[in-house]
Write a protein that binds this ligand. Structure first.
Ligand code: GLN
Length: 295
């Protein structure tokens, strides 16, 4: 077999070097990292193997699976859609092309919600995608339950599989934002699509071509879903309940104003580790129906 095609007997380190080289030539930003993670995923190895066992023969099956992955990454398929998984909040989530790949930025949102999430609370996660937000919250809390909704049935199939693996008291519902949701919640959280339509064409190829447009496109000025969710959230929140949003880094002022107009109080902006505005939240003063009737 021909070594140059990467199909010949090769040791672990040679396969890695060859992969890095090809990804670099293809202009992939994190060539070395992606080649290593792909190799580790295929061979069920870890970082140590490259340092200590680099001279081990790779074997034909692993070799061809690895170089098949390298070829897909060369054509800009995101690494996570090749490996089929992404770590988020210390948990591993299945992903495919029907769901947005969970981002590190979104961990800020989850951590912020966790500060307000107490035992036994009920959470609603709108635009749940892979289910990463809701399932993480349930995993790291006691006796909480939650509903996740998404317009995409294909996304919900991924969320369901993640839920089965990670556990928790969850329900996933297909629908347009609040759709068929009923009942009241203590916390509503959402990382909705928030990229202004006109900016989609300028995104990197991995995102623009491969991630679901539906999970990215915030319609028009990018604020469509914030307006819609903020307008309806009060109906689904218990008095004093919180609404949390992830936002694009230049949307804090707009989203704050939207929430203010809808009557939310103590609206707060939280920055991510890069110092960029990333989360906006506030609470609803709405009285519960029972109290209203008594007045
Ligand atoms: N809630 C999912 C996430 O944060 C999906 C978000 C989306 O599709 N916009 O990853």
């Amino acid at each position: 077999m021909d070594r140059k095609n990467g199909k010949a007997e090769m040791n672990y380190k040679e396969a890695y070097d060859n992969g890095v080289c090809r990804l670099k030539e293809a202009g992939v930003e994190e060539a070395a990292l992606d080649a290593r993670l792909l190799l580790e995923h295929i061979c069920h190895t870890n970082r140590n193997d490259l340092l200590v066992h680099g001279d081990r023969e790779l074997g034909e099956e692993f070799c061809s699976a690895y170089f098949e992955g390298i070829a897909r990454r060369e054509s800009r398929v995101p690494l996570q859609y090749i490996t089929g998984e992404q770590d988020f909040m210390g948990l591993t989530f299945e992903v495919n092309r029907h769901v947005l790949i969970p981002r590190q930025d979104t961990e800020i949102l989850v951590e912020e919600v966790m500060r307000y999430l107490h035992d036994g609370m009920e959470v609603l996660d709108l635009c749940t995608g892979s289910g990463c937000i809701l399932l993480s919250l349930l995993h790291y809390s006691n006796g909480c339950s939650g509903v996740g909704t998404d317009l995409s049935g294909e996304a919900l199939a991924v969320a369901e599989r993640n839920g089965r693996r990670l556990g928790g008291n969850y329900r996933f519902l297909q629908g347009d934002l609040f759709g068929d949701v009923d009942g009241l919640f203590d916390i509503i959280v959402s990382n909705p699509p928030y990229i202004p339509t006109g900016e989609i064409a300028g995104l990197m190829e991995e995102v623009r071509v491969y991630e679901p447009l539906m999970a990215l496109d915030g319609k028009g000025d990018g604020l469509f879903f914030y307006r819609k969710i903020a307008a309806q959230a009060g109906k689904y929140l218990r008095g004093g309940g919180y609404l949390f949003f992830e936002i694009g880094c230049d949307q804090a002022e707009d989203v704050k104003n939207i929430m203010m107009r809808e009557g939310f109080l103590e609206i707060t902006v939280v920055r991510d580790f890069a110092g960029l505005d990333r989360v906006v939240y506030g609470w609803s003063p709405k009285m519960e129906r029972k109290t209203d009737a008594a007045v």
